[in-house]
Design a protein around this ligand. Structure first.
Ligand code: HEC
Length: 130
């Protein structure tokens, strides 16, 4: 009887001292949102339309040549005939400017890398009329 109590006590002690050694895997910390870096959507009116105007696209695309890129008419002319919201590679506006093989690029109507990036970002963000 006494021996079995000692045995039972030993088992309990061993159990208590070894069973709590669990390795906890902590989840990856969620990257905190940096309030100093707000998500800024590309604006069609203040960033995209000026690309058409400053690069003289509107000299030809003035209503006589599709798409009409003049302010006030360009959005309706582009979306969705020349722009597929969310998909730059399926958007003629982007592919025609993005490099060799694009009609406007090949005609020498080339825009800067940052202008092209702005058009790409605007399309990726859903081609908003903002
Ligand atoms: C010198 C006149 C001229 C200028 C300037 C010009 N384009 Fe064009 N654009 C054309 C002509 C002509 C076509 C038709 C080409 C074709 O169908 O191959 C065209 C076609 C396009 C198309 C449709 C492409 C297609 O494959 O259907 C888009 C989009 C376009 N232009 C955008 C622009 C943008 C943006 C600019 C300014 C960076 C610009 N164009 C500047 C004459 C011009």
């Amino acid at each position: 009887m006494k021996l079995s109590k000692i045995l039972l006590f030993s088992i309990v002690i061993v159990g208590l001292t070894t069973s709590c050694e669990k390795a906890y895997v902590l989840p990856e910390p969620v990257k905190p949102i940096d309030p100093s870096q707000p998500v800024v959507l590309t604006s069609f009116a203040t960033e995209i339309q000026p690309i058409f105007t400053s690069n003289s696209c509107t000299d030809c695309h003035d209503g006589s040549q599709a798409p009409d890129l003049t302010a006030g008419n360009s959005y309706a002319a582009l979306v969705s005939a020349f722009v597929t919201a969310g998909a730059p590679s399926s958007s003629i506006l982007y592919t025609t400017l993005a490099g060799p093989g694009g009609a406007m690029y090949d005609m020498g109507q080339q825009i800067s890398a940052s202008e092209l990036a702005a058009i790409k970002k605007w399309i990726e963000e859903g081609a908003l009329n903002n």
